[in-house]
Design a protein around this ligand. Sequence first.
Ligand code: HEC
Length: 180
Amino acid sequence: MDSFEFNKIAAAVLVTILLVIGVKEIGNIIFHVEKPKQSAYKIEGVEVAQTASTEVKKVEVELPKITPLLASADIEAGKNVFKKCAGCHSVDKGGANKIGPAMWGVVNRKVGSHEGFKYSSTLQNYGKNWTFEELNGFLNNPMKYLKGTKMAFAGLRKDSDRANVIAYLNSQSDSPAPLK
Ligand code: HEC
């Protein structure tokens, strides 16, 4: 077998593997499609991966608004979800900054504004407040929503998890916002 033929076979095998991964990990591929320059799947010379993921992109659905889900959100369940965050964030009143900024009163707080925490320039310069919908987008996929954030957390893909944890965060405040 000459090396040209070998390359053809190798390419065919690679393409098959990529397609299988593509089907299995649709979520990941959607993530990568939007930032193809940073794709973790980038392999020199394999154009097919790009084509495959472009086709999958059509599957993507827009993130639903969280506000309608908050009225029926479960604050206790949100407290439980927050265990995933607690390694990096305190949530109690007067709590200290840890790996991430303190969460007491974070709802409607200006993004990147907690005293004494050294934020990424992304958060520092964002200029918005942590409304329910901003939290929804960020917590779904932090590194995609605010590219350059140093919050190394994959995100909460379940709508109910985000609704519950946002309702919980809202409750951890001197002046919780109305949920409906
Ligand atoms: C591995 C540590 C880590 C985990 C886990 C983590 N975070 Fe973070 N979080 C951070 C860091 C670091 C920042 C600061 C990001 C920056 O400056 O870009 C941050 C920032 C935030 C902010 C912005 C706060 C502000 O003052 O602007 C919110 C809101 C937030 N995290 C919520 C959560 C929630 C809710 C969870 C759990 C579902 C969570 N985080 C899990 C590390 C983490």
